[in-house]
Write a protein that binds this ligand. Structure first.
Ligand code: GLV
Ligand code: MN
Ligand code: MN
Length: 416
């Protein structure tokens, strides 16, 4: 395969402008974004992305999960396309770059190819996956999961948000339910550019993370039921306090994760307390445990210890509990050939690089099951993400996108 010349670069100014333009849609309250999946803001972001794709000469396809596929022809009609992308949806208090960099970086790859008159044998498809975040509808990476055959379409449609709205209904409401069968497309490869969302690259002053693995994850949604009662007049021994149960499980999750350092993390980010009144002992709590590790055995052991611990805690407090697994994927090893294409690209371009394990979940983790896949990472300030203050520099984004550009061109094979 012909390697692209080291002089080829994307247009970092244009990429940066696109990122800032997209960030105007669904602004947050502190400089970031609230463009949660299947909201009106998501629809507006999709329209802008579609407009940009069409201006770049791409033909848009939309599948039954609302995944967007913007197609650039190759010279060989029988050659499998190279897919490139990420997600445009954000957390409720999300940053401007988590996911968005990967979609607009993919668009920038095509825009740069157009500028330079580059043709490839394999078509290129710029992709926006629906509901990567999983903040509104669990689990995360829902639509890429359906694409990869991990989830059933009807199951995904039936996921509900906190207000009881169904995913399928909301997809239809915002006008992005396509006709195309999900997962019908075959890929030569999939590449995803993403911010690191952790501190390693910045701390070590390294331009590029070559993502070799992704850590595995489990989300366990726990419901504890005790008894609502007066906070003043109920004697301490008679209380059946679901809030106390949640507090003890929170501590337990932290302790278990600390026992597996440095290769495990654990936290509870979602907590609901009922009836949430100052002078009523909580009768019910609902919360989601998020545990992760690059090592499957560690993840399984953590889960077993947490389940045992919940049982002991709830028995001692005389409260009932239920546990529902609402998200899960095993640790991922990305495709050697795609990883090499990324490492070679960083080398050729003169960027410093190191291997890295992704701490976050990504659509690439599911697509890796159905196509050769790899990811490129760039640093982010203080490793901060899932926070409106998430920040990167134009240079970091540009370097990441340059590497993406080269890896994609090499895989799609430039036609002289
Ligand atoms: C997705 O953003 C995740 O939770 O890793
Ligand atoms: Mn992301
Ligand atoms: Mn995210």
């Amino acid at each position: 395969m012909a390697a692209p010349g080291e002089n080829l670069r994307i247009n970092a100014d244009r990429l940066w402008d696109a990122l800032q333009e997209m960030a105007k849609i669904g602004p947050g309250v502190a400089g970031g974004n609230n463009r949660q999946t299947l909201t009106d803001e998501d629809a507006a972001g999709r329209r802008l992305f579609q407009k940009w794709c069409e201006e770049a000469g791409l033909a848009m396809g939309v599948d039954q999960m609302g995944n967007m596929f913007a197609y650039r022809e190759g010279t060989d009609p029988n050659a499998l396309p190279v897919y490139v992308g990420s997600h445009l949806d954000t957390q409720p208090t999300g940053g401007r770059y988590d996911g968005v960099l990967g979609v607009l970086g993919a668009l920038e790859v095509v825009r740069s190819m157009n500028d330079l008159g580059i043709k490839t044998k394999h078509p290129i498809v710029v992709t926006n996956w629906t509901n990567e975040e999983g903040a509104r509808f669990a689990p995360a990476m829902l639509a890429s999961g359906v694409f990869a055959g991990v989830h059933e379409l009807e199951w995904a449609y039936g996921r509900v948000d906190a207000k009881g709205k169904r995913f399928g209904d909301e997809l239809e409401r915002i006008g992005w339910k396509g006709d195309e069968k999900v997962g019908a497309r075959k890929m030569r490869a999939f590449f995803e550019l993403h911010i690191e969302q952790g501190p390693i690259l910045e701390d070590e002053d390294i331009d590029i993370g070559v993502v070799t693995h992704g850590q595995g994850l489990k989300w366990l949604q726990v419901t504890i039921v005790g008894k609502e009662a007066h906070t003043g007049s109920t004697p301490m021994p008679k209380r059946r306090n679901a809030g106390l149960g949640m507090a003890r499980v929170t501590e337990l999750v932290h302790e278990v994760a600390m026992d597996y350092q440095p290769d495990a993390v654990g936290a509870i980010g979602h907590m609901e307390v009922y009836p949430n009144s100052r002078n009523i002992i909580a009768g019910k709590t609902v919360f989601t445990i998020d545990i992760r590790s690059p090592n499957k055995e560690v993840l399984d052991e953590m889960e077993a210890r947490i389940r045992d611990g919940i049982d002991t805690i709830c028995e001692a407090l005389d409260v009932q509990y239920e546990i529902e697994q609402v998200g899960h994927f095993d640790p991922v090893t990305f495709d050697e050939g795609c990883v090499k294409a990324i490492r070679d690209a960083a080398e050729r371009l003169g960027y410093s690089h190191r291997n890295i394990v992704s701490g976050a979940g990504h659509d690439a983790c599911w697509i890796n099951r159905v196509a050769p896949t790899a990811m490129v990472m760039c640093p982010c300030v203080d490793g901060l993400s899932h926070n409106e203050a998430e920040e990167i520099t134009k240079e970091w984004a540009g370097a990441g996108c340059d590497v993406l550009f080269h890896a994609v061109l090499e895989t799609a094979e430039i036609v002289p």
